[in-house]
Write a protein that binds this ligand. Structure first.
Ligand code: C2E
Ligand code: MG
Ligand code: MG
Ligand code: MG
Length: 285
């Protein structure tokens, strides 16, 4: 009995310590994030988006990274959820938007009319100052609104509050493009697509990745592309990792693609170099 009690205490202490460590890690990431904003530790990697018709790079997705002084490059999956919980995603997201617009305007000034896609968090879309932030990023950079694209997820459109609907209407009215990210993984209430005048569906890489091996994934991808086209939307495939998948997507008349096979996320200069090549990825050759 004595032993069992001691073991119980130890187990309890073990869990308490583990929880404490997690809470501390969370807190330190939280204060770390605040410091990172002040010290300029965030940076953006850009992943090229390629036209499946021409093989040309037509734009890039902005993907934030945290260059941590001790931990090195921290991927967004490790800090975006904490940034969302703490509300810090709002200033971080505003920074990403501003910086991505500046970069796309610079590309444009260099003769490259590349679009830039920026991921939004639910919290940003729920705030009444989103339109002001977007307008600010566009006017500071001088970027043509048509070259800015905002990526939302299906779950963000479920809470169709007045603020969210108003934000989307006003963003669309500026000429900014709107796409649905990770399409097919969320709560599939398709009624919002027509109503919200979305421009693009980005097919989740979960379907694209095993397209050539899994019959269901192939069927779903084909159906999403068909649906997009019948609604006058553009279809983008995420997560293209090999030539066979690329060919299959061309066969399905998918419009654009993104993925490691076409280019990993990296510095803006890599996108620039790829965009200057005549037939950068030898699509269809
Ligand atoms: P996402 O928007 O769906 O971005 C695509 C993710 O898939 C990126 O991961 C990208 O590096 C990865 N990816 C691209 N091609 C391939 C491929 O061929 N194979 C595989 N396995 N993966 C591929 P990353 O950069 O780690 O970003 C993860 C997520 O973090 C993003 O998913 C997005 O939801 C979020 N995120 C990134 N930047 C931001 C941001 O600035 N704001 C917000 N709110 N979220 C962001
Ligand atoms: Mg995205
Ligand atoms: Mg995605
Ligand atoms: Mg994703």
């Amino acid at each position: 009995l004595h032993h069992a009690k001691a073991a119980g205490r130890d187990t309890h202490r073990f869990y308490a310590e583990a929880m404490n460590a997690e809470a501390v890690a969370h807190l330190s990431t939280r204060s770390g994030l605040r410091r990172a904003l002040e010290r300029g530790e965030f940076l953006i990697h850009y992943q090229p988006q390629v036209s499946l018709e021409t093989g040309a790079v037509t734009g890039a997705e902005a993907l934030v990274r945290w260059n941590h002084p001790d931990k090195g490059m921290v991927p967004p999956g490790d800090f975006i959820p904490i940034a969302e919980d703490s509300g810090l995603i709002v200033p971080i997201g505003a920074w990403v938007l501003t910086e991505a617009c500046r970069q796309a305007a610079q590309w444009h000034a260099q003769g490259l009319a590349l679009s830039v896609a920026v991921n939004l968090s639910a919290l940003q879309l729920q705030r009444s100052d989103l339109v002001r932030t977007v307008t600010g990023a566009l006017s500071d950079s001088g970027l043509d609104p048509l070259l800015l694209e905002l990526e939302l997820t299906e779950s963000m459109l479920i809470q169709n509050t007045d603020v969210v609907m108003d934000n989307l209407r006003r963003i669309k009215a500026m000429g900014v493009q709107v796409s649905i990210d990770d399409f097919g993984t969320g709560y599939s209430n398709l009624s919002y697509i027509g109503r919200l005048a979305v421009d693009k569906l980005k097919i989740d890489r979960g379907f694209v990745a095993d397209l050539t091996r899994n019959h269901d994934s192939a069927k779903i991808t084909a159906a999403v592309i068909q649906m997009a086209h019948s609604l006058n939307l553009t279809a983008v495939a995420e997560g293209v990792e090999d030539a066979e998948t690329l060919e299959a997507l061309r066969g399905l008349n998918c419009d654009f693609a993104q993925g490691y096979f076409l280019g990993r996320p990296g510095p803006a200069e890599a996108v620039e170099r790829a965009a200057r090549q005549v037939n950068p990825f030898k699509v269809g050759v």
